[in-house]
Structure formats: C-alpha cells, structure tokens
Design a binder for this molecule. Sequence first.
Ligand SMILES: [Zn+2]
Length: 329
Amino acid sequence: MGVFFTELKKSILIGSIVIVAIIVGISSTVFVQENNTDELTRENLENPSGSEKIVVTTTTNVITDLVENIGGENVSVTGLMGPGVDPHLYRPSASDVNKLQNADIVFYNGLDLEGKMGDIFVKIGREGTAVWAVSENIPTESLLSLDNEGHFDPHVWWDVQLWMEAAKVVATGLKEQDPKNSLHYEKNLEEYLTQLEDLNQISLEKINSISKEQRVLVTAHDAFQYFGHTYGFEELAIQGWSTDSEAGIREIQNLSDEISKRKIKALFVETSISPATIEALKAAVQDKGHDVVIGGELFSDAIGEKGTSEGTYVGAFTHNIDTIVQALK
Ligand SMILES: [Zn+2]
C-alpha cells in the first residue's frame, strides 16, 4: 500500500509539473505571437520627421484611397478589400479582425455597406480603437432613403460632393488621433477637396454631350442612385441596393421590355459583380429586336488595381464618366 501511495504521489507530482510546463509554454507562445503581430504591424512605420506613423485599417479600396490622400506620409493604411471585392457580401477573416484590432484608427463606409461587419466595428470601438464611418457627416437630407425604416443607400462615393464630406471626416479622425500633425492633414484635405471640385466640374461638362433621353444607367445592382440623382441619370438596376439577393428572371424580363421600348443604347457591367446577369439582360433585349450593347465596365463598389490610373477614386470616377459618355452619347 505504502509503495502504491508513494508511486501515486510521484505521478501526481510529475503530472502537475507537466501541466505547469504546458501552461507556461502556452502563455509564452501567446506572448511571442502577440509581440510578432505587433512588430509586423509597426515595423518601418516612421514618417520622415521620425515619429511613428498612424496605423489605419479601412474596408473598401475607395476608402483606402481617400485615407492615403488625406493622411499622406503620416499614415500606414491597410485596406481589407481589394479591387473587384463586393462589400455587401464580404465576411472578414481572422486576420482581418486582427488588422482591425491592431489599428490606431478604423475607417469604414457605414450605412450598412459592409453588411456582414457591423458587429465587429461596435466590438473594436468598445475595446478602445477609434472607429469612424466616413459617411457620418453627410446630412440626412442629402441621403437617399431605401425604405421607411431609416435605411439609406450606402453608395455615397459616386456623388463627388458627398465624398468631399467623407474626406472631411477622415481629416477630423486623423487630427484627433495625431493632433501634432493637424496642419499636415488640413493641408492635404484642402488640396484633395480642390481636386474633387475640379473632377466634379469636368464630369458635369462631359455629361452634357449625352441627350436627356439617353441618360439612363442600366447596371446589375443599384450602386449609382447618388450618381444619377446628382448628374441627371435615371438608374435601372436588375438587383436592389445590395447584392445580397438573387436576381430573378422576372426582373430581367421587365427590364428588357423597358430597355427595348425606350431604345436605350447600352448596358453596363460592374467590376465587383459577375457579368452574368447583365449578359442575360442583353440577350433578353436582343430577343425583342433591339440591338443593345454592353457599354463597358463601371467601377461600382470597388475602384481599380493600385498603381493603375483607375486605382484612385479620381481615376475610377473619370473612367466611369468616360465609359458612360462614350456608350450613350
Ligand atoms: Zn453596392
């Protein structure tokens, strides 16, 4: 019996040592991983004046471009969604959540554009990260209502003047986070607002070459309501404001009737949505004897590849205007 108890005590002792060792091992692994993440996010993050850059995480690449314009050399921006990504359906990965949690500031669109991410923004905001919806300063009377329950169309960036409001929110957010560089952000904001004013003016002039009857934008989903509202286009879309629903055969039939009756010249494909529904609509219109064409590809919920001319908001907007004018004039 005595020997048995001594052996039992020994095994308990060895067992405890093993458990303690495992716990110590796990905690040091977690610690090392945290440190690595920290180093990964913050290495080489000094601006020319030698102070640390502000770490920003954004959602769509439209917002990434905006923050890079206002933040300039003082920020390091990571965007979660690249070109061709549909924000309505986007579900963040574990590494995305990490990037959101490790940021000094998060900028997202809001108005439910990032339909599957709302809870995360609330959570990281509670944890102490500065979280800003770039659409938050747009007055309600400038927003387009989707229903009677207080939901608004989120695609505000296709109205240049509303995007100027978003630019101001980004500047405010960066100034609050980094007050010693306020003048830098204000100067960048001023320069960018001038660029956007010019873009707006030039676009209005280009649109004048399209006749009133042809100012109809037929697309896969309702991303251009603000664009249409401001620049005088009617928008006909197969799907509603979100892509989170199936486009039905009936919608395609009804729309093809209208397009062939009104002799609308062109339909447009969107870069962040499969062209299949627009191709089906084109075939349905042609069956009715009207020779409609696909007028080109429009940037809707994402802008182009970084480093290309359409990889900036100004470039993507210009591409859209030129494509629309070319197809409908
Ligand atoms: Zn959309």
